[in-house]
Design a protein around this ligand. Sequence first.
Ligand code: ZN
Length: 364
Amino acid sequence: MGAPAQKTINSTRKRIKNKAITIGEVTVKPGEAKYIALPLPGLYSHSNIHMPVHVISGKEAGPTIFVSAAIHGDEINGLEIIRRLKNSKSVKRLKGTLITVPVVNVYGFINKTRYLPDRRDLNRSFPGSEQGSMASKLAHVFQANITAHCDYGIDLHTAAVSRDNLPQIRAVLSNDETKELAKAFGAPVVLNSPLREGTLRETAAKTDTKILLYEAGEALRFDEISIRAGVSGIINVMRKIGMLPKSRKRDKLESAIAHSSQWLRAPQSGVLRTTIPMGNRINKGDVLGYICDPFGEVENEIKAPVSGMVIGRTTLPLVHEGEAIFHMASFDELGEAESVYETFHNHVGPEDESVAKNDEPIIY
Ligand SMILES: [Zn+2]
């Protein structure tokens, strides 16, 4: 199932030289790696602000891919994923060009918040414009300098504050190539996710840049499993598109493909006790948890409205009526495993030495 481009290069044994790439005012030639700082609107404190970019240009030709994180400024798992990716042994044998942007929404990152100082959501502001709002200008810088160069992109997210996501890829599965890439990543779940107006994914689709969105873990926290799965997932995708040599490992994790999802909302205000872990197979009618008043006088069971799996949930047990508490995905078929998360956990297990230098795991 190798990418056709790689087959051609291998079979002719001809080494096609990579092209130089110019981002901002910096040109990165084949075989070079450079940091680039893209100017952004400064702060009112008279401080200059830049978007940090790192480019690795392989000696041989291949696709150009970006990996971006913290488009929502408080979603920081991707920062660590990019650090490990950039330092991994694999990328030294890169064909094509790898562009990493660990902090896209620099302002939100500084303030430890999802949004920009003008309270806009950057991921609703694409493609942006030079004359627009602060969010619009920032989106334009990313669109013009990063996405416009790329055949592929992987955008790294987490759940919002006080929510947790099972590692999952979100993508438009009606596009066959995107679906193959989504499966190649090897997350426990792939969720079909229609394009939303103003998102990076929607804008990229118009210029035929194939985008995967990786969601895993919680805002403002590092989660070792989500990080490790993110690094190996990106490397799996780069292998699939011929940027890296194929893996010799045979046991690939099959993702469960979810066609749709829905949020369950709290039927009453109160204290929530969750009783089902994320990633477990669930049948319609199963109890996922309980909401009660502090004395336990009035208690409501939260039952699954459909069969499937919890792929996201609140981590804060204090809820108001109507608040989203469980994100449930529905599947056409859900394999044999009782828990995709357990299978995945075992699979991610020890660090793949061909992929990374062995970083010590982050433990809380
Ligand atoms: Zn996000």
